[in-house]
Structures are given as C-alpha cells and as structure tokens.
Design a protein around this ligand. Sequence first.
Ligand code: SF4
Length: 212
Amino acid sequence: MTKRSERIEVLKKTVFEMFPNAETELYHENEFQLLIAILMSAQATDKQVNIINRNFFQHLITPEDGIRMWVEEITDFINSVSFFNNKAKNIFKTCEILIREHHSLPPKSIEELIKLPWVGIKTAKVFLSVTEKAPFLGVDTHVHRVLNRIGIVTTKSPLETDKKASQIFRVEDLAPLHNTLVLFGRYHCTARSPKCGECQIKSVCSYKHKNI
Ligand code: SF4
C-alpha cells in the first residue's frame, strides 16, 4: 500500500517540474483588481472572467473608479458572467468599504477580508496565498479533485480538504502548491479526461478510473 507521504513527495516533484513558478491566470494589474477578479470567478471560469476584465479593468483601476461608475455601469461591463447582477452590487459595495475602511486597498488578514461582501474563507485564503505567499493552500474545485483522486485526502468538500491539507503538507509548501495544483487540475488531471497515461503520478495515484 502506498503511503501518503510517498504520494505527497511524488506529487510535489511532478507538479513543480510541470508548472515551475506557477501564477494565477486571472488577469489583473493590481491587488484590488485581483480581489475583484477572484470575486467574479465564482461559478465562472478564469477564461470568461479574463475576457470581461481585459476591458472592464481599463475602467476599474481603483475602488474610486467603482464608486464613480455606480452599479448600473458595472453591470453593463460584466453582464456576460454568471450572477452578474449580484456580482455588480458586491463589487460596488466592496469599493465603498475599501475606501471607507481600508484606505482604498484590500486588507491583508482573513478576518478583515471575510467582512467584505461575498468573500468567504476560501476566497480570502486564495487572495492571501497569491498576494502575500501566505501559508494557505486555497483549495478550489481543482485542488480538491486532485488531492482526492491521488488519495492524499479523502474529503467531501474543498473546505474539508483545506483543513486536512493544512495538517498534512509542510507549511512552506502550501502557498507554492496553490497555483501549481490549480494548473495541474486545470490542464492535466482534468475533471473529465485526466491524462493518466502520461502522468508521472500514476504509480502512486489511487484514482479508480485511471484513464491509462
Ligand atoms: S494518474 Fe490520472 S487521476 Fe491520477 S493524478 Fe495523474 S492524471 Fe490525475
């Protein structure tokens, strides 16, 4: 039986080789825009969000720009993304709060981030992992799927995976693994057609439906 520690070592070696210096694929020019892009990516792909934001972010560079636009104009920019009405309202509210309480910059603690509209623990951890290299794995659907398939965790939700991962990975591995595992899940161990045949992890992977 393959031990979890062996799976972790093979996973790390493989994904760091495949995706060295992995970074978020969400288009942004500053941390405020990254926060907004992460909010917009709920129930949407990075690709969809990037198409919108290449134009939208020419007009939304600071929270002050958001306040000047009002909700209606924000809605017009983002109306091709899912839940655009709610997302536009929350972008506007986020701009108001950042100006009023945070000198127009995103806060840098989980406690303050989760007070913003639509920001949960997962979003806060993803944001801090990317911007601060904070020791969080920031588990999204890709990271959750990959770790469960390999057999490093056996969990039912990204939140549970996040909790478990913070106990079993070395703290210094958490931030570098976030974007790396997102890319591995997005392009290699994909939801529908994982590339098991050419996968360096297959000898230790416990996924029952390995596509070899
Ligand atoms: S063997 Fe297949 S399921 Fe396992 S990690 Fe590789 S691609 Fe994913």
